[in-house]
Design a protein around this ligand. Structure first.
Ligand SMILES: C[S@@+](CC[C@H](N)C(=O)[O-])C[C@H]1O[C@@H](n2cnc3c(N)ncnc32)[C@H](O)[C@@H]1O
Length: 187
């Protein structure tokens, strides 16, 4: 099934990947640094939501082989593309909507998402389901354009303990301005 409207303006996973692979290197590096700083125990589970061509979960699996990495995307085409790109890298890719995740409660130690949240049709439903699949000590990090994170921030404050919800601007490009922010919440 083709879902061109959710590929960030690109009509095919291959063109999205070609245009963004290098462009998003800095953001991916920042997310890897954040994961390193989190000091997750071996065997911890990470979920990447709205993974697109799968570059982030593949980089996580390469950098942190002791972690178990899953990734989901609404687009079957993106997941097919990501599976091909993965080769032998141990990442499990699944077609799923963030608001209806096919995982039991309390499954993940960390949920990440990069530049996907502004596409979600049901932001409160998505945030609620991310909270559901997090373990009681788990964390959610959503990286997206700063201006696009207001609904997700409100939804996170309604679902998580409001004091655990923060939004930190980050530099994700060579530009001196901080266009992207990380929305964080703790289960
Ligand atoms: C702009 S791409 C970002 C891809 C990748 N995370 C990155 O940083 O390059 C947005 C992705 O979010 C996915 N997406 C949109 N709505 C979604 C939803 N409700 N649940 C899961 N994935 C979704 C799209 O299919 C698309 O692959």
């Amino acid at each position: 099934m083709r879902t061109p409207h959710v590929h960030g303006g690109f009509t095919h996973p291959d063109s999205y990947d070609r245009h963004t692979r290098r462009l998003l290197t800095r953001l991916r590096a920042r997310i890897l640094d954040d994961i390193a700083a989190a000091g997750l125990a071996p065997g911890s589970r990470i979920l990447d939501v709205g993974t697109g061509p799968g570059r982030l979960p593949l980089a996580i699996a390469d950098a942190f082989p002791s972690l178990r990495v899953d990734a989901v995307d609404l687009s079957a085409e993106m997941i097919e593309y990501a599976r091909r790109a993965a080769g032998d890298t141990p990442v499990t890719f699944t077609v799923a909507d963030v608001a209806h995740l096919p995982f039991p409660d309390d499954t993940f130690d960390l949920v990440v998402s990069s530049l996907s949240q502004h596409h979600w049709h049901d932001v409160p439903g998505g945030i609620g389901d991310l909270h559901r699949v997090l373990r009681p000590t788990g964390r959610m990090w959503i990286y997206d354009a700063r201006y696009a994170l207001y609904r997700a921030t409100a939804a996170a404050r309604a679902s998580f303990a409001p004091a655990s919800v923060t939004r930190v601007p980050i530099r994700a490009s060579r530009l001196p301005i901080r266009l992207v922010a990380r929305l964080e919440a703790r289960a």
